[in-house]
Design a protein. Structure first.
Length: 151
């Protein structure tokens, strides 16, 4: 049996899966804090907080999350829905994660409004069973795909 922060797992001893959480937030610091509290305590958490947000909201988020280990806020960018600022924020998160030199097996991008619908244990076990697999969809923009409007 293997005892992890997610519970006890039967089978050969393996190193538990570590997920790095990259979060794009723009407001509601209390919701952001609830999301972060629901994530495994040993996981890296990096947060991009929209530069367009009121400074008081950003300061409240920093204060609420100041005691969380392995958490950091990254360089902020102005983000408008569907504009390149969201990409800049995402790139800041990825660059900061790489610069931290923290170990992780998987990284996932979340919105500050997201919330896990599976337990940390279920997520860890799914990723453990699927080690080495990637979970990202890609397709050519020039061909019909499930997101096309059919035109």
């Amino acid at each position: 049996m293997l005892s992890t922060t997610y519970g006890t797992v039967t089978g050969p001893a393996r190193v538990p899966v570590t997920v790095a959480y990259l979060i794009l937030a723009h407001g509601n610091p209390e919701q952001l804090a609830r999301l972060v509290a629901a994530l495994p305590a040993n996981s890296p958490v990096l947060i991009h907080f929209d530069l367009r947000a009121d400074a008081a909201l950003y300061e409240r988020a920093v204060k609420l999350l100041s005691n969380r280990p392995r958490l950091q806020f990254v360089k902020r960018h102005k983000c408008w829905w569907g504009a390149f600022g969201i990409v800049r924020g995402t790139i800041s998160l990825i660059q900061a994660l790489i610069a931290t030199d923290m170990h992780f097996d998987y990284a996932t991008l979340l919105s500050g409004s997201d919330y896990p619908i599976k337990s940390n244990y279920e997520i860890a076990m799914f990723l453990d069973r699927n080690r080495g697999r990637e979970f990202i969809e890609s397709f050519l923009l020039t061909v019909q795909n499930r997101w096309s409007d059919g035109a």
